[in-house]
Design a protein around this ligand. Structure first.
Ligand SMILES: Nc1nc2c(ncn2[C@@H]2O[C@H](COP(=O)(O)OP(=O)(O)OP(=O)(O)O)[C@@H](O)[C@H]2O)c(=O)[nH]1
Ligand SMILES: [Mg+2]
Length: 218
């Protein structure tokens, strides 16, 4: 199956070369696609390394960038991860294998135990959001906010969500699950980030709860 590794980037020039080279090592034939809204040299570095770069200006936020990153992928399998060196690229083959085995979406969980690289408040918030997903949707998960996943492209083509507003990864997991697509979850180690965070905790929390509640109608 053809593979695309999709990332969204906002000022990740300190990490992009390492992340792209790491991906190339484990998935040499994959298309690497960036939806970029950076003011720094992230896009140029990625292009020099042979990535396909879609520029999104002015920046529209996480959701519209991520929606575009998965929909524009040319592969049959789309892997997402953050371009900040937090996610272990070595698990990419395992995620792809699970799609080949018949799963439509393979999530990773960073919080099967507390990662040192995650602030305690974020850890508890993530576990709480996952518990809410279990109660509201019956989804056995510990992490609805992981940025590292594999999606079957035909599933993405068949499912819609509202890309506007924070916390889109919640919808991208819960809605396919509610629609009856087959999902799996793999524990991963989560590392310290290169560069500075773009996460807005307050709006992300509000939107997470809103998306979890609204997905009941999916
Ligand atoms: N293209 C694009 N990328 C974005 C935008 N906002 C955030 N990103 C990228 O999306 C990735 C994930 O963003 P967030 O989930 O907000 O958090 P984060 O900065 O990774 O936060 P940490 O949890 O500290 O790693 C980041 O690596 C950003 O570079 C945006 O508006 N446009
Ligand atoms: Mg990150």
């Amino acid at each position: 199956m053809k593979l695309t590794v999709s990332m969204i980037t906002m000022n990740e020039e300190g990490a992009v070369a390492k992340v792209v080279e790491d991906i190339r090592r484990v998935a040499p034939g994959a298309e690497i696609l960036l939806v970029d809204s950076s003011k720094d040299r992230t896009a140029e570095i990625a292009q020099e390394l042979g990535c396909r770069v879609i520029k999104q200006f002015p920046p529209q936020g996480y959701g519209p960038a991520m929606d575009r990153a998965v929909r524009e992928a040319s592969g049959d399998v789309v892997i997402t991860l953050d371009c900040d060196d937090t996610y272990p690229v070595e698990v990419i083959p395992e995620l792809v294998q699970k799609i080949e085995d018949g799963f439509d979406l393979v999530n990773t969980t960073r919080v099967w135990r507390r990662p040192k690289a995650m602030p305690l408040a974020n850890f508890f918030a993530n576990r709480f959001f996952a518990l809410a997903a279990r109660i509201l949707h019956g989804l056995k998960t510990t992490d609805v906010h992981s940025g590292m996943r594999a999606y079957r492209k035909s599933m993405i083509d068949a499912v819609a969500w509202n890309p506007r507003g924070p916390a889109l990864p919640v919808d991208m997991y819960v809605i396919p699950f509610r629609r009856g697509y087959k999902t799996a979850e793999v524990p991963i180690d989560y590392r310290e980030r290169i560069g500075t965070t773009t996460l807005h905790r307050f709006s992300s929390t509000i939107w997470t709860l809103r998306r979890l509640w609204r997905a009941r109608r999916a």
